[in-house]
Every structure is written in structure tokens, then in C-alpha cells.
Design a protein. Structure first.
Length: 220
């Protein structure tokens, strides 16, 4: 902190970048340096300046599960819609990293819980695929569409049935997941065109999930 103050005191650009386009604010956010973040913002640091790979201070804070830093950045106008490499938002980054505490301020600020990453999946499917149960619950409470299909027709329930996660399957069903929704465009052996959650559960020998789906009204 003292070194930073000294460098800036000698006239260094608060928005200067390294060879990768990273600013001091991105580094401060990446390592959860709250005091440094506040100091840099007070000195005029650009809260939305992106590195070459698209990383922003908010994305850096989200990657590091630093909810407090995320809140500070959002309060100073951080744009939660800016995209990191592969079309990832700060919310998608926090989801994959398992940062439930960081998701709360992002949703409260208005981050879209149904915004797809470049691969065509929304945050809820990312959370289901990573078996982040608490985050699935948070996203559903924050407005995530339990039946989100996208262009491929792969729903959160189909992914959970493939993964064999009984707790998440129950959570999705209790939130209104459609049991007979079908994959529109299969992409590999895991998700074939026409698959339902029941098909996927049977193919992967998840008999406990098969029984839950049948009890919920699945027919094929």
C-alpha cells in the first residue's frame, strides 16, 4: 500500500497497465486488497477498465470469491455485464468458482441470472454441472429460470440427472422443473438429441434419480 501511494505520488498513471493490460485496480481486486481498492478508486481509477483478456476489477473480485471487494466496486459503478474471455460475466465467474457470497451482491445489483456464456449455458446450468448446491439455491431465489433451455434444449434438470446429483434434482423439481423436456440439439454422448432427464438418468444408472423422476410424472 505504501509503495503504491509513493508511486502514484510521483505522478504515475492510476490507470496504467502492464504487458497484459492489467491495472493496479485489477490486481487489488484479484487479491482482495480492500484498502487499496478504496484508495485507487478515490484517485480516479477506472472501475471498468479491461485487461487484454477482458478481465475487469469486478471479474477479478468474483474469481477470488471476494464479496466485500465486489460490493465496493459495484457501489462505484462497476459494470457486471462486461465480458471476460469466452463470454463470461462476473456472475458466471463467481458461479464456477463456487463463490456463493459473491453472487448475492451481483444479483442485488441487477446481474441477469439467465445470461448465457459464449458456450450457450446460463449460470444455473454451470452451478448444476459443478454441483454447487448452495449456489443453485441462490440462483433460483434470484430469478434463474429453472426450465432454461437455450438453443440446445439442455435444461438444468437434464444436467443434474446426468451428474447423478439427487439433492439438486429434488431442488429443481420442487422449483417447477419440467420432467419431460427434451434435448433439441445433442452435442455428445452425454446429451443426445431427444433425451429427457429420465433417459439420461437411466443411461448413467442413476436409479435413485430415475425413481424420483417417475414419481414426479416423467413418462420416458
Amino acid at each position: 500500500m505504501a509503495q503504491m501511494q509513493a508511486v502514484l505520488g510521483q505522478g504515475a498513471d492510476v490507470n496504467g497497465v502492464d504487458e497484459s493490460g492489467n491495472t493496479a485496480l485489477i490486481y487489488a481486486a484479484r487479491y482482495g486488497e480492500g484498502e487499496a481498492i478504496a484508495y485507487l478508486l478515490a484517485k480516479g481509477a477506472d472501475v471498468n477498465k479491461q485487461a487484454q483478456d477482458g478481465e475487469t476489477p469486478l471479474i477479478a473480485a468474483s474469481y477470488g470469491c471476494d464479496a466485500k471487494s465486489a460490493e465496493i466496486l459495484l457501489a462505484h459503478g462497476a459494470d457486471y455485464n462486461l465480458l471476460y474471455q469466452h463470454g463470461w460475466t462476473a456472475l458466471a465467474t463467481a458461479v464456477v468458482q463456487g463463490c456463493n457470497d459473491s453472487i448475492q451482491p451481483l444479483l442485488a445489483a441487477g446481474s441477469d441470472p439467465n445470461k448465457e456464456i459464449a458456450e450457450g449455458y446460463p449460470p444455473l446450468i454451470l452451478a448444476v454441472a459443478k454441483a454447487h448446491t448452495a449456489i443453485v439455491r441462490t440462483l433460483l431465489a434470484g430469478g434463474a429460470d429453472v426450465n432454461y433451455k437455450g438453443s440446445k434444449g439442455i435444461t438444468p434438470l437434464i444436467v443434474a440427472s446426468h451428474k447423478g446429483n439427487l439433492e439438486i434434482v429434488k431442488m429443481l423439481l420442487n422449483s417447477g422443473a419440467a420432467v419431460d423436456s427434451r434435448v433439441i440439439a445433442g452435442e455428445n454422448e452425454a446429451f443426445r438429441t431427444g433425451d429427457t432427464a429420465l433417459n439420461v438418468a437411466r443411461r448413467n444408472y442413476h436409479s435413485d434419480i430415475e425413481q424420483i423422476l417417475l414419481a414426479a410424472g416423467a413418462t420416458e
